[in-house]
Design a binder for this molecule. Structure first.
Ligand SMILES: NC(=O)c1ccc[n+]([C@@H]2O[C@H](COP(=O)([O-])OP(=O)(O)OC[C@H]3O[C@@H](n4cnc5c(N)ncnc54)[C@H](OP(=O)(O)O)[C@@H]3O)[C@@H](O)[C@H]2O)c1
Length: 268
């Protein structure tokens, strides 16, 4: 896998994070990863790590097998028109990280039966901890597995049906913001109880991490872990029930649904 040639078209926040993660996770060596953008000065520093840095999209496509699209949605059509003549069936796998653009739409721009994989990572990709959902069109099992391996080097990957991509965007990409709000609120509560803000945030963050690790490590359900800390007549159940009286679960579910309704109403 380390010799797989990868072109990342759009070396912005996400593109650079994928390049660094792919090299760190030994998916491919930097010399086999080309990163493109129009204003090179912002990624010139990556040359010293061995990455190929260029403005030439076509050259990057021609010399690579996996092509990862990381431009903004409005920049996609122009980019696809530019590279479409260079895409070869049997050679290339196209990966799109672009929010809200279906594989069908991408396919209609390139007008060739190239395997297309859509990936929805979250910002934790920058530290190799993304929850990334992927779906595909025209890709066989081996090709899909190859892209899954790439994103597994950047966190955890789940293959889903394309109809669930918007839901995945809300749950995993917007989800980062939702969990941040819980952590901020817990930190503020801790400050009121007497911790300084740094201590309080550390306790909130590590507790959130521990809660998530318990579910992953024990393969359990949240209520099983909750049962372990709720002594009858104790302080945990008193706090938890008060949070529910105030609408905690309801607010979170309603927020997720509202976010989903909004993503469905956004016009490209
Ligand atoms: N950030 C995330 O965590 C995240 C998560 C999920 C999905 N996404 C999706 O990923 C995409 C990129 O997001 P981002 O945050 O990385 O955006 P970004 O920082 O704005 O990066 C986009 C990059 O594309 C480059 N670019 C534009 N046109 C180009 C072209 N024709 N050829 C080559 N490069 C070109 C831009 O650089 P120049 O102007 O110098 O060309 C810019 O560096 C978006 O579509 C977003 O929806 C992002």
């Amino acid at each position: 896998m380390a010799e797989t040639k990868i072109a990342i078209l759009g070396g912005g926040n996400l593109g650079v994070a994928i390049a660094l993660g792919a090299a760190k996770g030994n998916v491919s060596s930097p010399k086999n990863i080309s990163i493109t953008r129009r204003h090179l000065s912002k990624i010139e520093h990556l040359k010293k790590n061995g990455f190929k840095v260029t403005t030439e999209n076509i050259e990057a496509v021609t010399s690579s097998r996996i092509i990862i699209l990381c431009v903004q949605p409005k920049q996609l059509q122009g980019l696809l028109q530019e590279i479409a003549p260079s895409l070869k069936k049997g050679k290339h796998i196209l990966v799109s990280t672009i929010t809200g653009i279906s594989t069908e739409e991408i396919s209609s721009h390139i007008n060739k039966e190239i395997p297309i994989v859509r990936a929805m990572p979250n910002t934790a990709i920058a530290i190799g901890s993304s929850m990334t959902c992927i779906c595909s069109k025209n890709a066989n099992e081996k090709q899909l597995k190859e892209i899954q391996t790439l994103f597994n080097a950047l966190g955890t990957t789940l293959v889903i049906e394309e109809r669930l991509m918007k839901a995945a965007t809300v749950l995993a990409a917007s989800g980062i913001a939702f969990f941040m709000r819980y952590i901020r609120a817990a930190t503020q509560g801790g400050i009121q109880l007497g911790f300084d803000s740094e201590e309080s945030q550390l306790i909130a963050v590590e507790t959130a991490k521990g809660a998530a690790s318990l579910l992953l490590g024990n393969h359990s359900h949240p209520e099983i872990e909750i049962d372990k800390v709720t002594t009858p007549e104790g302080c945990t159940i008193a706090g938890l029930n008060e949070m529910e009286h105030q609408g905690l679960s309801s607010a979170l579910i309603k927020g997720i649904i509202t976010s989903f309704e909004k993503i469905n109403s956004i016009k490209k």
